[in-house]
Design a protein around this ligand. Structure first.
Ligand SMILES: Nc1ncnc2c1ncn2[C@@H]1O[C@H](COP(=O)(O)OP(=O)(O)OP(=O)(O)O)[C@@H](O)[C@H]1O
Length: 260
């Protein structure tokens, strides 16, 4: 049985999010399966973070159902949360704590028993063993991202949620992070990420959803989206170097206008 036939690890059904009178997410439905990296792509303000925050339980949606590992996030939030890992922003970490202290602290929060040897293994995993005693605030952006990713997976969750995990990283750090994200998939777990990078979406995502003005306008593999839309007049009108790319399809589908 392939993973698409199993029950999805994440199911978002008819999600609607409203801020006051403004509806940011409109009838969004999609599912993510074990062993899959799924990307949410969309212009600024499209509703990606609102969707992610609803899954994480940080935002109460107007309507819709979300299940994680079979648990409804509103009815069984603790069970749902136990099965997800959320990448925290750098500002969520106390800058005066060392990396080793942060790993121990979050292991405690997640109820994971780490001894000195397993903390060391985590540090080796993110190439930061030599920096174990460094304060978080002294790390580079790339190093902070690596710490943040290891924290989000410390309890080996079945679903990992990453909001623009590689923004601001140099190509080397970005590649390294891609490999770590692929490592999560390699263990049979699932990743839902948001990104503005079409290169990233093509390189690591098995499937992507393009979201615009709060609605999903396409879901497919990156290659299938290119193949399906390569002859659309809107796509052809934005092709730059003769070969249709995912970015051409994205701009063809979402329009050229810069969002506020
Ligand atoms: N707390 C809030 N109150 C009012 N409006 C909000 C709030 N948070 C988000 N919005 C609006 O909802 C819409 C969707 O925002 P969201 O952050 O989900 O988009 P996004 O796709 O993640 O954008 P970006 O790529 O810029 O991060 C935007 O128009 C935004 O201005």
């Amino acid at each position: 049985m392939n993973n698409q036939q199993q029950a999805p690890i994440l199911e978002v059904d008819q999600l609607n999010v409203r801020y006051g009178s403004f509806q940011a997410v409109k009838d969004v439905s999609f599912s993510v399966h074990s062993g899959e990296i799924f990307g949410l792509l969309g212009p600024n303000g499209a509703g990606k973070t609102s969707t992610l925050s609803s899954i994480e339980g940080l935002l109460k949606p107007l309507s819709g159902n979300i299940t994680v590992a079979g648990f409804n996030t509103q009815e069984k939030p603790l069970h749902a949360h136990a099965n997800m890992g959320v990448q925290l922003q750098a500002t969520s970490f106390q800058p005066e704590l060392t990396i080793a202290e942060i790993i121990r602290l979050f292991a405690g929060i997640y109820g994971v028993d780490l001894n000195n040897e397993t903390v060391k293994e985590k540090l080796v995993e993110i190439n930061l063993l030599d920096a174990a005693g460094k304060k978080f605030g002294e790390l580079s952006g790339g190093q902070q991202q690596r710490v943040s990713l290891v924290i989000s997976t410390i309890h080996d969750p079945q679903l990992v949620l990453l909001d623009e995990p590689t923004s601001g990283l140099d190509p080397q750090s970005r590649r390294q992070l891609w490999e770590r994200i692929e490592g999560i998939r390699g263990k049979g777990n699932a990743v839902l990420l948001t990104t503005h990078s079409m290169e990233e979406a093509e390189a690591v995502c098995d499937r992507i959803a393009i979201i615009d003005h709060g609605r999903i306008i396409a879901i497919n593999t990156p290659q299938a989206l290119i193949d399906l839309h390569r002859n659309d007049p809107e796509v052809l009108s934005v092709v730059r170097k003769g070969k249709v790319t995912l970015e051409d399809v994205f701009i063809g589908l979402t329009g050229r206008a810069v969002r506020s």
